[in-house]
Design a protein around this ligand. Structure first.
Ligand SMILES: O=C(O)c1ccccc1N[C@@H]1O[C@H](COP(=O)(O)O)[C@@H](O)[C@H]1O
Length: 220
C-alpha cells in the first residue's frame, strides 16, 4: 500500500460516491459545468458532498464561473477545494483563495514541454496544479475527454506547490502513468465510466486499488 493521493472526479450519484469512499479515494470531484455530462445541480451536489464530508476532500470543479456562481457553491456545498478548469488567471485564483478561504487547484493543459511554463505562475498562488491533456479540437469541454499526454514530461518537475496528474487515466494505465511521471497524485473521470458520464462502481474500485498500490520508479 502507498499513500498515493487519489481523486475520483465527476461523481453524480450516491451509489458511486459511496463506492469511491469505500474504495478509499482521498478526494471526490463534483462538476459544476452544464456542458459536461457529469454536471450536478446544487441540491444534488449538497447531498453528495454531505456523504463525503470528513471522509474525503470535496472538490468543486468549475470552468470560468462568475463570482455569484462560485459564492453559491461555496456557501451551499462548502467544498474543501475549488478546481478551476478554464482560463482563470493566476490573479483570479489568488482572489478566490482569499475570498472563499478554500484550497485552489488549477488545471493546466499540456501537450509539450513548453506548456509546463504557465504552471510556474499558478503554483505561486494555488495550492496544487492539475496537469491534464489539451482537449481535442472538436470537444465542447476543456476536460473529462479521456485524452492522455506524454507522462514523462512531468518527471523531475519542480514547482512551488504539489501537482496532480489527470487525463485519460484508468485501471489499466494508472500504474504506468505513476511510474513514468513520478507523480503519486492522480485523478480519473471518464476512465471509470461504463458510458459517457455514467460512473461504474466496479471500475472505481479497480482504479483505486491499482492506483493505491502503484509505485514511482526511482533512479531514472
Ligand atoms: O469531467 C468533465 O466533464 C469535465 C468538464 C470540464 C472540465 C473538466 C472536466 N473533467 C476533468 O478533466 C480531467 C481529465 O478527465 P479524464 O480522466 O480524462 O476524463 C479530470 O481532472 C476531470 O476532473
Amino acid at each position: 500500500m502507498t499513500d498515493n493521493l487519489i481523486k475520483i472526479c465527476g461523481l453524480s450519484t450516491e451509489e458511486t460516491v459511496q463506492a469511491a469512499l469505500d474504495a478509499g479515494a482521498d478526494m471526490i470531484g463534483l462538476v459544476f459545468f452544464p456542458k459536461s455530462p457529469r454536471h450536478v445541480g446544487l441540491s444534488e451536489a449538497c447531498k453528495l458532498a454531505d456523504m463525503a464530508r470528513g471522509k474525503a476532500d470535496i472538490v468543486a470543479l468549475t470552468v470560468n464561473m462568475d463570482l455569484d456562481g462560485l459564492s453559491r457553491i461555496n456557501e451551499l456545498v462548502a467544498p474543501d477545494w475549488f478546481q478551476f478548469h478554464g482560463s482563470e488567471t493566476p490573479e483570479a485564483c489568488a482572489a478566490a483563495k482569499v475570498m472563499y478561504k478554500k484550497k485552489i487547484m488549477k488545471a493546466v493543459a499540456i501537450s509539450e514541454a513548453a506548456d509546463l511554463e504557465q504552471a510556474v505562475f499558478y503554483s505561486i498562488v494555488c495550492d496544487r496544479i492539475l496537469f491534464d491533456a489539451k482537449p481535442p479540437e472538436d470537444s465542447d469541454v476543456p476536460g473529462g475527454n479521456g485524452v492522455s499526454f506524454d507522462w514523462t514530461l512531468l518527471k523531475g518537475l519542480d514547482l512551488a506547490k504539489p501537482f496532480m496528474l489527470s487525463g485519460g487515466l484508468n485501471a489499466s494505465n494508472v500504474a504506468e502513468a505513476i511510474a513514468l511521471s513520478g507523480t503519486t497524485a492522480i485523478d480519473a473521470s471518464s476512465g471509470i465510466e461504463r458510458e459517457k458520464g455514467v460512473k461504474d462502481s466496479e471500475l472505481i474500485r479497480a482504479f483505486v486499488a491499482t492506483a493505491r498500490s502503484a509505485q514511482v520508479v526511482s533512479g531514472e
